[in-house]
Design a protein around this ligand. Structure first.
Ligand code: PRP
Ligand code: ADE
Length: 175
């Protein structure tokens, strides 16, 4: 099972990036090409591709599998970036996450109004990051088609914040 394979390689790092946080380090996954392929296979199997027009991936760890997933589904990829990184005109949204606050941006012409956007990130914690991304999608006239995470920290209740946007929530390894 993919969840056991993931849990056997994802590494807990204590007190990173600040005291009290147990950080899930996904970098060991990246050293295993077969596991990387299995992640994209599992997303493809569990997502309803005919409900998705565009895959949006969130900087920075959401870029690693986001473009691979978009390629597999044959869909465009849109980068959601931290403030000040995108060169063209942007819309921005501030938010709180498990260990701080941040602002994310998307290009204002990233997708057409009415497009159905799958939001991908490596990990769901409090849900602040993907809730802010969902608001960006809606502000540009997009529809949230669903969410795809490699890991979810379900004890932080992030999934509850997503229910208003979409019920399609795929998480390959839940803690
Ligand atoms: O559900 P939340 O509480 O919002 O937390 C989840 C977010 O935190 C991490 O990103 P981080 O902001 O650390 O950036 P990085 O991907 O650049 O390391 C992770 O990759 C998610 O984007
Ligand atoms: N505990 C955690 N591990 C890795 N990434 C995170 N993003 C938010 N919380 C996290």
């Amino acid at each position: 099972m993919i969840d056991q394979r993931l849990k056997s390689v994802v590494r807990d790092v204590y007190d990173f990036p600040q005291p009290g946080i147990v950080f899930k380090d996904i970098t060991p996954i990246l050293k295993d090409p077969a596991l990387c392929k299995a992640i994209v296979d599992a997303f493809e199997a569990r997502l309803q591709a005919d409900t998705i027009d565009v895959v949006a991936g969130i900087e920075s760890r959401g870029f690693l599998f986001g473009l691979m997933l978009a390629q597999r589904l044959g869909k465009p990829f849109v980068p959601i970036r931290k403030q000040g990184k995108l060169p063209y005109r942007t819309v921005a949204q501030s938010y709180a996450l498990e260990y701080g606050e941040a602002t994310i941006e998307v290009h204002e012409d990233a997708f057409n109004a009415g497009a159905r956007i799958l939001i991908h990130d490596d990990l769901l914690a409090t849900g602040g990051t993907v809730a802010a991304t969902s608001q960006l999608v809606q502000r540009l006239g997009g529809l949230v088609a669903g969410y795809a995470f490699i890991i979810s920290l379900d004890f932080l209740k992030g999934k509850e914040r997503l229910a208003d946007y979409s019920t399609q929530v795929v998480s390959l390894a839940a803690y």
